[in-house]
Write a protein that binds this ligand. Structure first.
Ligand code: NAP
Length: 249
């Protein structure tokens, strides 16, 4: 029996990186999966890995732009009907469009806020009823340490992640009476597509500041997501779990 056997989990941004690692960790623990990316075919590899590694049979692959609130409402409703409910929601889909403040365009500001903040809002609002109906509903939002500390060249991204933290704490208060926990994971520097093309000098300086002496792996985040989603996280709500190898310590 896995830590998440019998539980159904909706994970956005599950086509690669941290979202894929969370999907695999949840599959390892026996969860039924609903995976979201911008197109269903982008989820084939994650789905194949969950099936081959852990024998997961129940996997829904959903193409959904989390910026589109009506599409989120429709997709989440259809999903809850099909899966007989939703117990766990992980808002992980996210983008960066980095630039210094004075060069930051409206489009780049909007793209980041619309995906990272509004997208999480859209999915959470759509899933709030199924989460409340679940016996132990769990909301896990993936923010970032820069949502706490800020970062030069990332004012749009930091604002979206800081907003996500405040949003999650508010949802935790609102849904606690129905047994739903809501928490944030704030990763530091994790090796994924998102960080692959950063300036080597920035990477070097970041690595030098990480006390544990290595960049994070998607699995470092996924294992914490399992901890929060399973019974192990039953008495934890409205918290921000920083996972950064000591980067911001
Ligand atoms: P990634 O490898 O770039 O993957 C991003 C994921 O988000 C993809 O699955 C992508 O789907 C999905 N996505 C983007 N826009 C979407 C939209 N409008 N609708 C639906 N899905 C969308 O990123 P990552 O590094 O794994 O990051 C995952 C999360 O962790 C993000 O929220 C990020 O901000 C956060 N984070 C990452 C780091 C890091 O160092 N990597 C640090 C702190 C926080 P497609 O494949 O369809 O594009």
């Amino acid at each position: 029996m896995g830590l998440l056997t019998g539980r159904s989990a909706l994970i956005t941004g599950a086509s690669r990186g941290i979202g894929r690692a969370i999907a695999e960790a949840f599959a390892r623990e026996g969860a039924r999966l609903a995976l979201v990316a911008t197109a269903p075919e982008r989820l084939l590899e994650t789905s194949r890995r969950c099936q081959e590694l852990y024998g997961t049979q129940e996997i829904e692959m959903i193409g959904l732009d989390v910026r589109d609130s009506k599409a989120c409402d429709a997709a989440v409703k259809a999903l809850a009907d099909k899966m007989g409910g939703i117990d766990i929601v992980v808002n992980n889909a996210g983008v960066t469009k980095d630039n210094l403040l004075m060069r930051l365009s409206d489009d780049d500001y909007n793209a980041v806020m619309d995906t990272n903040m509004r997208g999480a809002f859209n999915v959470t609002r759509a899933a709030s009823r199924p989460l409340m109906k679940s016996k132990n509903g769990r909301l896990i939002n993936i923010a970032s340490v820069v949502g706490i500390s800020g970062n030069a060249g990332q004012s749009n991204y930091a604002a979206s992640k800081g907003g996500l933290i405040a949003f999650t704490k508010s949802v935790a208060k609102e849904l606690s009476g129905r047994g739903v926990t809501a928490n944030v994971i704030a990763p530091g520097f994790i090796e994924t597509d998102m960080t692959a093309n950063l300036d080597p000098k920035v990477k070097e300086a970041t690595l030098a500041a990480i006390k544990l002496g290595r960049f994070g792996k998607p699995e470092d985040i996924a294992n914490a997501a399992v901890f929060l989603a399973a019974d192990t996280g039953a008495y934890i709500t409205a918290q921000v779990l920083v996972i950064d190898g000591g980067l911001t310590a």
